[in-house]
Design a protein. Structure first.
Length: 318
């Protein structure tokens, strides 16, 4: 019955969102290109999804990776394209292989058969339609583990609303509060205006992080924020907003793992300092959330967190 309800929801979401593809407004970029005819727009993605890797991921938050791993599918392309992206091989360089809807469904079912706790869609915002089409196939063939929407937060409110009853766990970034920072690093001065609306909707759908007896997420929201060097004041402002506007029963993952990658400009060509980490962690702790995930202090950039997607095994797990 649960799968039948979810399949019905998927069908309704496709009916609602598919017409947007020919004049694409599926994300806040509003490129209005016809993606059925060409791989255009900011994401440079057409009608099909492209996948780099589908694997058991052990480096997510404990409630996502658990002991058996998160069934993670890394999509090529991105609608945000941060200049410091550690996944730049995928987001900027579009490395990966196009997959049919049937092939994408098979990847989900294969990960479930390998013991994954969930199916974790990484950078899904620009490929929501192929994901939904593949989900309809996979659900009809027995996919039953939770679905994780692992996005950069720059999601369309209409898309998030259409995902209600389909996505079990939302894992969005909230990258910036400052329009100046989001413009400089992601060419998206409206980032916070758009992402805050989308994340608020996610928490309305899933107001509490619900865990299994083994400690993995059954449903809920975990908001991620990466502390950037030299931008701790923006982090503090963002954390204050989270405390005042979101449910106290969600999860918050405060990440200090920043490592300069790709086109990171000079002012962020360093790691986060101990003092920056301490100030951010102190404010996060003061929010009194039920579920707070912190990385160590000081956090020294560890190469096992910086993937190389040109390798068969892009991560080096410890």
């Amino acid at each position: 019955m649960a799968n039948e309800r979810k399949i019905d929801r998927v069908g309704k979401a496709l009916d609602r969102l598919s017409p947007l593809e020919t004049c694409c407004t599926l994300c806040p970029r509003d490129c209005r290109v016809d993606r059925t005819k060409a791989a255009d727009g900011v994401c440079r993605t057409g009608h099909m999804a492209s996948v780099s890797h589908a694997l058991l991921h052990f480096g997510e938050e404990p409630v996502i990776s658990g002991k058996s791993g998160s069934g993670t599918i890394f999509f090529s392309g991105c609608n945000l394209k941060c200049v410091f992206c550690q996944n730049y091989q995928l987001s900027w360089l579009l490395e990966g292989q196009p997959v049919t809807d049937e092939e994408l469904a098979s990847l989900m079912l294969r990960l479930q058969s390998e013991g994954a706790h969930n199916i974790n869609f990484v950078s899904p915002s620009h490929v929501v339609l192929p994901i939904l089409r593949a989900l309809r196939i996979a659900l009809s063939q027995g996919l039953e583990i939770p679905l994780v929407w692992n996005s950069n937060g720059y999601d369309s409110l209409a898309v998030v609303q259409a995902l209600e009853g389909i996505v079990d766990v939302y894992l969005p970034d909230l990258k910036y509060h400052s329009p100046a920072l989001s413009k400089r690093y992601s060419a998206a001065p409206d980032y916070f205006a758009q992402a805050s609306e989308a994340v608020r909707e996610m928490t309305l759908q899933q107001p509490a992080l619900d865990l299994t007896k083994n400690g993995t997420a059954r449903r809920g929201v975990v908001v991620r924020h990466l502390v950037l060097p030299g931008a701790v004041e923006d982090t503090l402002t963002l954390l204050d907003w989270i405390g005042k506007n979101l449910s106290p029963y969600i999860g918050l993952s405060l990440m200090s793992q920043y490592h300069p990658c790709f086109r990171a400009p000079e002012e962020i060509q360093r790691s986060v300092s101990r003092e920056e980490h301490r100030r951010a962690a102190d404010q996060a702790l003061a929010l009194g959330l039920d579920h707070l995930f912190l990385q160590p202090d000081p956090f020294e950039a560890d190469e096992h967190l910086v993937p190389d997607f040109r390798k068969e095994k892009p991560f080096r797990w410890k």
